[in-house]
Design a protein around this ligand. Structure first.
Ligand code: CP
Ligand code: NVA
Length: 321
């Protein structure tokens, strides 16, 4: 293929330059870059075969300190479907930065690969990799953010609801990593986000600040409530595990504190008929969500899981395609 034609082919679904090197929180995205990624994700989902050479010759290193089903499988299979190569590096037995510094890690990896995908405990480790590596770094979940999840989630909502601006999204539960990236991206897209949960488990102030700024720019908003009734009027109700990876010692206490915020039939009725149910998964059935809700026709959890691959592929084709 002529170089020009190749460029044209690759550029077809990439009308938008994302304008950032690393994807660490979801705050990197503007409304228009998110829309461009949704378009590319939809194109990949429709006709994956058209993208079979998009990452030809590209290698991605995947460093995982924590377990994963969706993130690992969707990155590995997604990259393979675009002709690239993903190398999974199990970091569950030793934190990144222990055997050698994060700086040296970044300086080695950038010599061999085209992008780094990292799932870590400390968010600072992902930031360090991004700061020191010449190649793009994608956060595959840290204690503070889960931006790939947010991208897939908002794409899934967009598929169902079309224009998201002005619509209400309720996040019920622990205001940590999933909630932080979700509220930032939803606010960027002009949604009204309410985070509902117990006192002491609200989103971090730094993430709230980013989300509020995004909301003020887009006409969206972010509020926090301890009242389960605040889900009223939500187009979608989203929940996540009460005990995230790394917090297992608190599991018993968390079951007690989060109990009143279980997403069950009663909670969905509070939201109002027609509200969609969302979850990043893995779900703890009988804890944060009941079978009745997660298995209901309004549940889109497996669309979200499927869309992890399409959304990440859209991201990677823009970053290194
Ligand atoms: N939602 C999500 O990130 O799932 P995994 O932990 O299985 O990757
Ligand atoms: N908040 C959860 C998300 C898992 C995908 C965790 O960090 O364990």
């Amino acid at each position: 293929m002529r170089a020009g034609a190749e460029h044209e082919r690759r550029g077809k679904h990439l009308k938008h330059s994302l304008g950032f090197k690393d994807y660490l929180t979801a705050a990197e995205l503007s409304a228009s870059s998110a829309a461009a990624l949704f378009e590319a994700a939809a194109a990949f989902k429709r006709e994956p075969g058209k993208f079979g050479a998009m990452l030809a010759g590209r290698s991605v290193v995947m460093l995982f300190e924590k377990p994963s089903l969706r993130t690992r499988v969707t990155f590995e299979i997604g990259i393979a479907k675009m002709g690239g190569h993903a190398l999974y590096y199990d970091h569950s037995k030793e934190r990144i930065g222990e055997r050698e510094s994060v700086y040296d890690y970044a300086k080695n990896l950038e010599r061999w690969c085209d992008a780094i995908v990292a799932r870590t405990f400390s968010h600072e480790v992902v930031e360090g990799l991004a700061k020191h590596a010449r190649v793009p770094v994608v956060n595959a979940l840290s204690d503070e953010f889960h931006p790939c999840q947010a991208l897939a989630d908002l794409f899934s909502l967009h598929e169902r609801l079309g224009e998201l601006k002005g619509k209400r999204l309720a996040f019920v539960g622990d205001g940590n990593n999933v909630c932080a990236s979700l509220m930032i991206l939803a606010a960027t897209l002009g949604m009204h986000v309410v985070v509902v949960g117990p006192e002491g488990y609200e989103p971090a102030e730094a993430a709230m600040k980013i989300a509020r700024v995004k909301g003020s720019e887009s006409g969206g908003s972010v509020t926090v409530s301890h009242d389960a009734g605040a889900v009223k009027g939500a187009a979608a109700v989203y929940t996540d595990a009460w005990t995230s990876m790394g917090w297992e010692a608190e599991a018993q206490e968390r079951r007690r504190v989060f109990g009143p915020y279980q997403v069950n039939g009663e909670m969905m009725a509070k939201a109002g008929g027609g509200a969609l149910f969302m979850h990043c998964l893995p779900a703890h059935r009988g804890e944060e969500v009941t079978d009745e809700v997660i298995d209901s026709p309004n549940s889109i959890v497996f669309d979200q899981a499927e869309n992890r691959m399409h959304a990440q592929n859209a991201l990677l084709m823009n970053m290194i395609g």
